[in-house]
Design a binder for this molecule. Structure first.
Ligand SMILES: C=C(O[C@@H]1C=C(C(=O)O)C=C[C@H]1O)C(=O)O
Length: 266
C-alpha cells in the first residue's frame, strides 16, 4: 500500500517518464488480478443488492466484502497514500498506526471516480474479460462466491490505483506548461483540457502492449493452442480502451479543474 512511486523526491514523482513506467507496471498488476478473477464464473448474484442476505447491511455481497476490506485497510494507512482512493469513503476508520508525512506533490482535490469504475466493472469490464458463458461450465458457482468477491477487491483496487495515477500525470503536465493550463482552467474548458492532456501515440502503445501481455499471460506456455484461455484478450483490451484510459483522463481533467484553488492563480 505504500507508494511504489518514490515520493521522497517530488521531482522524480512528477517526471512523466517515471510516472509512465509506473503505469506500465500497474498494467501487470491489473492484468494479474483480472486473470485471477476470470478463473471464476461471473456469479452475477454477488453484485445484486439483497440477493445474499447480510446482517445490518443492504449492500450486495461483493460491495459488502469490498467495504469491510476498506474499513480494515483504512486503519493501517492505506488511504493516507496519495495514490489510493476508497470506494466507500464513509467506511474510513481512525488510524491504528501513526500518520505518515507524505511530501506535498498533488494539490488539494476531491477527485474520486471509483463509483463509476465499479459500475463499469460489474456491467462491462468483468463480463467482457470473463470467459464467455458458452465456454465456461456455468455462469454461477455458489461455492466460488467468496473467492470471486475477494478477487474483485484486488482487481478493483488495482484498477482504481491505475486510474487515479492520472492525478500525478496531470500535475506533471500542468508544471510543464502552466500558462496553457491556467488559461483552459479559467475558461472551464474541459474539452480543451482533455485535448491538451491527450497523447494518442502513448494510448496506442498502451493498447498494443496490453494485447501482447493479455495474449501471453492469458495462456499457459507449452499448452497446445486449443487449451482454454484464462481471459478474453479482446475483453482486456476493451477494458483499457473503453474504460481505464477514458477514466484516467477524466481524473486528469477534473484534477486540473481544481488545480488553481487556493493558489495565486485562482
Ligand atoms: C496517462 C497519460 O495521459 C493520457 C492517458 C493515457 C492512459 O490512460 O494510458 C495515455 C496518454 C494520455 O492520453 C499519459 O500522457 O501518459
Amino acid at each position: 500500500m505504500d507508494l511504489v512511486l518514490d515520493l521522497s523526491d517530488a521531482s522524480t514523482a512528477l517526471s512523466l517518464p517515471h510516472i509512465r513506467y509506473q503505469l506500465i507496471r500497474l498494467e501487470d498488476t491489473v492484468l494479474y488480478h483480472i486473470i485471477e478473477r476470470a478463473q471464476f464464473p461471473l456469479n452475477a448474484t454477488i453484485y445484486e443488492a439483497g440477493a445474499i442476505p447480510i446482517p445490518n447491511s443492504h449492500l450486495s455481497f461483493s460491495d459488502w466484502v469490498l467495504r469491510e476490506q476498506e474499513k480494515l485497510q483504512s486503519q493501517i494507512r492505506r488511504y493516507q497514500s496519495p495514490d489510493e482512493y476508497p470506494f466507500f469513503p464513509d467506511a474510513m476508520q481512525p488510524l491504528l498506526l501513526p500518520p505518515l508525512a507524505y511530501p506535498k506533490v498533488l494539490y488539494p482535490n476531491d477527485v474520486n471516480v471509483n463509483s463509476e469504475l465499479k459500475r463499469r466493472y460489474v456491467s462491462n469490464i468483468l463480463p467482457g474479460c470473463c470467459m464467455k458463458p458458452a465456454r465456461a461450465e456455468r455462469a454461477e458457482a455458489q461455492e466460488n462466491y467468496g473467492s470471486a468477491a475477494t478477487a474483485d477487491v484486488s482487481a478493483l483496487q488495482a484498477l482504481s490505483r491505475r486510474i487515479h495515477f492520472g492525478k500525478f500525470v496531470a500535475e506533471s503536465k500542468f508544471q510543464s506548461d502552466p500558462q496553457t493550463f491556467i488559461r483552459l482552467i479559467k475558461a472551464e474548458d474541459r474539452a480543451g483540457i482533455d485535448a491538451a492532456i491527450t497523447d494518442a501515440k502513448v494510448e496506442r502503445k498502451v493498447l498494443e502492449r496490453l494485447r501482447m501481455k493479455a495474449d501471453m499471460y492469458g495462456t499457459d506456455p507449452g499448452m497446445n493452442a486449443e487449451a482454454p484461455r484464462k481471459v478474453d484478450v479482446d475483453g482486456v483490451v476493451a477494458m483499457y480502451k473503453d474504460h481505464v484510459i477514458p477514466l484516467t483522463k477524466v481524473v486528469e481533467v477534473e484534477y486540473l479543474m481544481q488545480r488553481l484553488k487556493g493558489t495565486e492563480w485562482e
